[in-house]
Ligand binder design. Structure first.
Ligand code: NAD
Length: 500
């Protein structure tokens, strides 16, 4: 295999390899075919990197390295593995600004937001590094005399990790830290839209003392190197974050060999505004839920369900708040571009289709083409009303800064509409009534329920995941992620008093 080009270039002040390679066995390596693809800036379409375009041969090499490294890593006491991961977290923290710069360049989000995302990834890393001192099993009773029963956690083996690009450093950390603390080695398939972030993470981890081969990163397209990773017989557990469509394929492929898997998929999340809500607060939270990160969040609020009694007053406030949002890549902007032109075009087509079917565009709906943003992949914040609950735009995730308003008569109708979705990831209600808030939290079909804030994901120490088309029932992160990345073993000990 050839080494990647030595030539370096600057991206937003960081010196990176002009070609971003795979990270295999502690070394940066080009794709065995020598092929590359272009990674462009979502802000202005300029070329950021050439990226290794991996195929099955590269996946084989990465899995070879992971298999070779796994037993020594697993043999290291979990407390020691935790110490290594603490060193990795310290190194990530020391280079947080650099990480944030690469995240911002690749995604188009603001440096401040990217810095915050990197901080969240480090917090998650520290949580799992600390798990090295716990990794609790159970000790329990036995039905037989002088017999003792316990469970211990053991690694699965080699983890195949596949991630989406929306929050690249968080997504990388979300999978890598729990996989490694449990004693697995890992092959991470980076998102093709954010190759540099996973590459830099692996490089920093390596320099901080993570043994070669424990974490390997493969660059490339899903069908060309993601699929072979899922299908590799030496992969013991697959954790996938991405679309429901690809997740279903991953589920089928894993099902064929009964491979353990965790699927973290899409959402079409409801946010209810009741007639006793603080409407200004609700408008603020709807803007954050629908538009932050350009709506590229599985947890984004895209179905805004409003009581008839306050519908007009709320809509007017929301339109004013959304019109005031600034779209661009700086810290003074509210959100940036979407990740690539293909996704932008799919969003524009969905909006056009909805309006043809009778939806009324309140604001947005178009690409931003002023001189500062014309070369980038910018969509104006978009709000629609008069949308049918069974229309495509109500049922399918768009993963962009687009939300629809629905008018309902009362709480029962609002709850029924919230639950009328193939997905079930996050949900939120704005109300000053404790009764409504708690009733909603219990009855809404979702993995996360929020009262009086936004549709957001979970904190690093809390489990996240969804129902229906949002996943397969697994939960990551939190201690629940340990169930994904470890196998439980029962151990029984029979004490023989006669032998004493
Ligand atoms: P995607 O499914 O197209 O791609 C996700 C990843 O899967 C990428 O790395 C891609 O290369 C890879 N992939 C594609 N085809 C593959 C195949 N056949 N085999 C193996 N890997 C393959 O998703 P996307 O559009 O990049 O990401 C957005 C989606 O991710 C949205 O649906 C969003 O809701 C979801 N998401 C979910 C969560 C969560 O925690 N539930 C978090 C973030 C994003």
């Amino acid at each position: 295999m050839q080494k990647t080009a030595e030539k370096k270039k600057q991206v937003s002040g960081i010196e990176v390899a002009k070609t971003i390679g795979n990270w295999i066995g502690g070394k940066e390596i080009a794709a065995s075919s020598g092929a590359t693809f272009d990674k462009r800036s979502p802000h202005d379409g300029s070329l950021l990197f050439s990226v290794a375009r991996s195929t099955v041969a590269d996946v084989n090499a990465a899995v070879d390295a992971a298999v070779k490294a796994q037993s020594a890593w697993a043999a290291m006491p979990a407390v020691q593995r935790g110490l290594v991961l603490h060193h990795v977290c310290n190194a990530l923290e020391a280079r947080q600004k650099e990480l944030a710069t690469i995240v911002a360049s690749e995604t188009g989000k603001s440096p401040k937001e990217a810095f915050g995302e990197a901080g969240g990834a480090i917090a998650l890393g520290r949580f799992f590094a600390g798990e090295g001192q716990r990794l609790y099993g159970r000790t329990t009773t036995s039905g037989a005399p002088d017999k003792y029963a316990m469970t211990v956690r053991q690694p699965c083996g080699v983890a195949g990790l596949i991630i989406a690009a929306n929050t690249p450093i968080a997504n990388t950390a979300w999978k890598v830290f729990p996989a490694l603390i449990c004693g697995n080695s890992a092959v991470l398939k980076a998102a093709e839209d954010t190759p540099g972030t996973s590459w830099l993470f692996a490089k920093i981890a390596h320099e901080a003392g993570l043994p070669p081969g424990v974490l390997n990163v493969i660059q490339g397209y899903g069908t060309e190197c993601g699929a072979p990773l899922v299908e590799d017989a030496r992969i013991d557990v697959v954790s996938f974050t991405g679309s429901t469509k690809v997740g279903k394929w991953v589920g089928e492929a894993c099902g064929k060999t009964l491979k353990k898997m965790s699927l973290e998929l899409g959402g079409k999340n409801p946010l209810i505004v009741t007639d006793d809500a603080d409407l200004d607060e609700a408008a603020k939270w709807v803007c954050l839920s629908a538009f932050s990160n350009a709506g590229q969040r599985c947890a984004a609020g895209s179905r805004i369900i409003v009581f008839d009694k306050v519908y007009d007053a709320f809509r007017d406030r929301l339109v004013v708040a959304a019109k005031a949002l600034k779209v661009g890549p700086t810290d003074n902007d509210d959100f940036g571009p979407v990740i690539n032109e293909r996704q932008l075009n799919a969003m524009l087509a969905a909006i056009e289709q909805a309006t043809k079917e009778g939806a009324r565009l309140l604001i947005g709906g178009q690409r931003l083409t002023d001189s500062e943003r014309a070369q980038g992949f910018y969509l104006a914040p978009t709000l629609l009303e008069n949308v049918d609950a069974v229309a495509d735009i109500s049922r399918h995730e768009l993963f962009g800064p687009i939300a629809c308003l629905y008018r309902v008569r009362n709480y029962d109708e609002a709850l029924a509409l919230a639950n009328d979705s193939p997905y079930g990831l996050t949900a939120c209600i704005h109300t000053t009534s404790v009764d409504r808030g708690f009733d909603f939290a219990h009855k809404v079909r979702s993995g996360v329920a929020v009262i009086n804030a936004g549709t957001f994901g979970s904190e690093p120490h809390m489990p996240f995941g969804g129902l229906g088309q949002s996943g397969n029932g697994s939960r990551e992160p939190g201690t629940e992620a340990l169930d994904v990345y470890s196998e439980l073993k029962d151990i029984y000990i029979q004490v023989r008093p006669k032998k004493l």
